[in-house]
Ligand binder design. Sequence first.
Ligand code: SER
Length: 320
Amino acid sequence: MKNILVIGSVGQIGSELTMELRNRYGNDHVVAGYRKTKPSQELAESGPLEIVDATDVDRIVEVVKKYKIDAIYNLAALLSGVAEKRPQAAWNVGVNGVYNVLEIAREFNCAVFFPSSIGAFGSSTPLDNTPQDTIQRPGTMYGVTKVAGELLSDYYYKRFGVDTRGVRYPGIISNLTLPGGGTTDYAVEIYYDAIKNGKFTCPLPKGTFLDMMYMPDALDAAIDLMEADPDKLKHRNCFNVTAMSFDPEIIFNSVKKYLPDFTMDYDVDAVKQGIAESWPNKMDDSAAREEWGWNPKWDLDAMTRDMLKVIKEKHAKGLI
Ligand code: SER
C-alpha cells in the first residue's frame, strides 16, 4: 500500500488532489502537508495533517519517516504573477524546495510527482501545437523554476533511479480553492464574477489563447501518470497535457450562453499580458496520450455548466 505525502495540500490543486488521493488510497495513507494557510475542516478531519515546508529539510524527513512515505506530490510553488513580485521567494520554494524533495526521495526511496506548467515555455518556443520536446527559454521566474524542476527531476531519475514523473499543467479551473496570483486565474474569476455581479473585467486582451483544463482532469493526470507502467514511459519530466484552448471572448460566450445578461469589458494588465503572450496557444499532448493514456473528459461547455452550477449553489448559501 502506498503512503503519500502531499506538500502544498491547501493550495488550488493540493486541496482537491489530497482528497482524491484519500478516496483512492485510503484516508490514513495520505498525509496533507501544509505551511501557513489554515486547512479546511474536511482536509483536517479526513486524514493525517502535518506542517511541512518544502524549504525545511528536517521537517520533511521527520514526516517521511513517521508515516513511511513512499510517494511525494510536491505542489508547493508561487504562481507566475506572484513570482514576478517575489522572485527570490519563488526560487527558494520552486528550486530549493524541489531539490530538497528529490534528495529526500533519493535517500528514502520515494516516488515524486512534479507539476510543471505551460510557464516552462517562452516566446522563442513554437506557440501553436507546442511540441513535447522543444525550446524552453521562459522569461519569467516562475518559468525558470519550472524548467529547473523538470531538469532536476530528470537528473534524479537518470543518475539515481528516483521514480520522478511530472506534467506541464495548463491553466487549471476549479471551484473549491481559488488560485492565487496566476496569469490564467481570469478563467476561474470569470465564473465567480458572472454569478456574483453579472459582469467581469478581463485582465488579458481578446485573442490571447491559452491551454486550460478543468480540475477533475488535472487530478486524473497526476494520479494516472504516477500509476502508469514505467516501461511505457519514454519521457518523465514533464509531459504536455491539455484539455482545451480558448481566448477571453470564447470563454465569455460560453458563460453568456447560460447567463444571457452577462457582460465583460477589458482592463488589460500589462505584466499578465506579457506573460500570457509568451506561453503556448495550444500544446501538443500526444506523448502523454501515447505513453500513459492521457485522455481528458471535460470540454469548455461541460466545464462551464458545472462551474456555474456549483458556484451558483455556493452563492445561494452565502458561502461566496
Ligand atoms: N496557472 C499558472 C499561472 O498562471 C500557470 O501554470 O501562473
